[in-house]
Design a protein around this ligand. Structure first.
Ligand code: FES
Ligand code: FES
Length: 158
């Protein structure tokens, strides 16, 4: 299949790659760029495990064509913090026990990050709405919502 050259800014660094016309951003990230922190859950837009931030908005990477990301900024969970220097959301998810198996966590954190970037003082309903595309089989969501609230408070106190 014909491949097309493209480039994305992945977590702050421009990378060159090639993708075919039907290739999803999810497969390009995981298979070509080794960004396996982007999780492949359902592969059809139902679970949100593959959520990444594309030019400031959360998208399902499994429903986005790689070529649609050409020339754009893609942020994965690795782009917002590290084990040594975690983002307040990452810290709060750990502190509040909002992680069990962890498969959904990158997607939840990235959806929450976009919410807090746009709305630093969200209501509980707004938080629930922002993560409505991210499914969790383990936690029951209460702790996830609490972690996002907690993170909003600590970000606003900075
Ligand atoms: S893997 Fe993309 S929404 Fe489930
Ligand atoms: S922590 Fe297991 S799916 Fe959410």
């Amino acid at each position: 299949m014909k491949k097309y050259p493209m480039r994305i800014n992945l977590n702050g660094e421009w990378v060159e790659m090639e993708a075919d016309a039907g290739e999803t951003l999810l497969l390009a990230l995981r298979d070509t760029l080794d960004a396996v922190e982007v999780k492949n859950g359902c592969g059809k837009g139902d679970c949100g495990a593959c959520t990444v931030i594309l030019n400031g908005n959360p998208v399902n990477a499994c429903l986005t064509l790689a070529l649609q990301a050409d020339g754009k900024e893609v942020t994965t969970i690795k782009g917002i913090g590290s084990a040594q220097d975690p983002h307040p959301l990452q810290k709060s998810f750990v502190e509040k026990g909002a992680i069990q198996c962890g498969f959904c966590t990158p997607g939840h954190v990235l959806s929450a990050k976009v919410l807090l970037d746009k709305n630093p003082t969200p209501t509980r309903d707004e938080i629930t709405e922002a993560i409505s595309g991210n499914l969790c089989r383990c936690t029951g969501y209460t702790k996830i919502v609490e972690a996002i609230e907690n993170s909003a408070q600590s970000l606003n106190a900075e």
